[in-house]
Design a protein around this ligand. Structure first.
Ligand code: COA
Length: 362
């Protein structure tokens, strides 16, 4: 599918430009998309961390959860350059009516209608795939929020980013937290591994990933159904694509040998000062034993030995996730930047409005 639009304003007035599908074998164009994203992140996410090229490629080619996806780009003014692009992720296991959109325009090319044209294209693609809702996050107060409001999207769940500076973390404080938690966690021990989820823990890991379904989420989002096969195919098989070093710490219930809690952190060798918090989850029947706190403290100790250059860890939580936030604040995490809302665009309504707008313009 290809789409032409008339560029508004400036030197490009009246010039036709193309939206083309990214060929995932085209490493040069992927690099151009990466450079564009980096330029945008420097403006939109000034505190970092920013993508580096290898995980960026992995995110395009494999995705974090293996859902099918397509990437379309708007050509820049010079041949082979990219002015903006979008990545449309199309969940294929549940939430078949939804799509997740990442849409980005180079900071030097904004307010020229490129974002609107890409969104129109993405909306049509989403409809072709039978999706009725587009979801996309944007920080409060930034270009993304202004853009989302202009499209008629509705704000949904609000997420807040927090960062912990591990260089200044007070060892005594962590020790006191661990001691205070100890009596509640009698009967549990810790296990850890690096890289892929070991086969012996695959079944347990499925239950731990499913624990994330209990975190606050938009009411339209259906829970992810996890089993051993999904952990093998949608976690282990994908991880090599990102080139990250991943660490996992779990709490095991000694009486049953069940894994009760899990925390995972990834470190990008190309930017090893940052730790990326992935899942932290405790299965329902093991909650209330301070296991979330204890696996995170054990993770900090593990990383002190394996990643001595680590400076900071960041995490995102729904603003209403008070238990996880209480754990993070006890550890010394503080808020970074403004919150982000998940904007929800009704595909049918947006297509109707776009048709009306283009009729009015012609
Ligand atoms: C959001 C983004 C894609 C918009 O791209 P763009 O090419 O500048 O968007 P457009 O020029 O098509 O803008 C369409 C309308 O959005 C609104 N808008 C966009 N940016 C705005 C801003 N900074 N302030 C106020 N309104 C803004 C305006 O109503 C604009 O129409 P107008 O220029 O006729 O007034 C771009 O700013 C970006 O890449 N941001 C970072 C990533 C992001 O947040 N993505 C969107 C998540 S929902």
């Amino acid at each position: 599918m290809e789409n032409n639009w008339r560029r508004r304003g400036g030197a490009g007035l009246g010039m036709r430009m193309r939206i083309e599908r990214l060929d995932l074998a085209d490493t040069e164009t992927i690099r151009a998309c990466f450079e564009l994203f980096l330029a945008a992140q420097r403006v939109d996410e000034p505190d970092g961390p920013w993508f580096t090229e290898r995980p960026f490629r992995g995110w395009l080619s494999a995705g974090w959860g293996g859902d099918p996806r397509e990437i379309w780009l708007a050509e820049g003014q010079t041949q082979g350059s990219v002015a903006g692009w979008y990545r449309l992720e199309l969940p294929d296991l549940e939430n078949l009516d939804q799509a997740e959109l990442t849409l980005v325009v180079h900071p030097a090319q904004r307010r020229r209608g490129i974002g609107r044209a890409l969104l129109k294209h993405a909306t049509a693609r989403a409809a072709e795939h039978g999706r009725s809702m587009l979801n996309s996050p944007a920080r409060h107060g930034g270009d993304g929020e202004a853009f989302a409001r202009s499209t008629g999207a509705e704000p949904g769940l609000v997420d807040v980013q927090r960062v912990m500076d591990v260089r200044t973390a007070e060892a005594g404080r962590l020790e006191r937290l661990r001691e205070a938690a100890g009596p509640k966690a009698a009967g549990y021990s810790l296990v850890s591994w690096t890289g892929l989820v070991p086969e012996e823990f695959i079944e347990h890991a499925a239950a731990l990933y499913a624990a994330l379904n209990d975190a606050p989420h938009d009411p339209q989002t259906a829970p992810a159904i996890w089993d051993a096969r999904r952990v093998r195919e949608r976690v282990n098989d994908l991880r090599p694509a990102y080139g990250l070093r991943t660490y996992s710490v779990a709490a095991r219930h000694e009486a049953t040998a069940e894994l009760a809690a899990l925390s995972e952190i990834a470190v990008d060798p190309a930017d090893p000062g940052w730790g990326h918090q992935m899942l932290t989850g405790v299965t329902r029947k093991h909650r209330g034993h301070r296991l979330g706190l204890l696996v995170k403290i054990a993770m900090l100790e593990l990383l002190r030995g394996t990643e001595p250059q680590l400076e900071r860890i960041y995490t995102w939580n729904a603003e209403s996730n008070r238990y996880m936030i209480a754990v993070n604040e006890a550890l010394g995490y503080t808020v970074q930047g403004r919150p982000a809302s998940w904007w929800k665009l009704d595909v049918a309504a947006a297509l109707g409005e776009q048709a009306l707008a283009s009729r009015a313009r012609s």
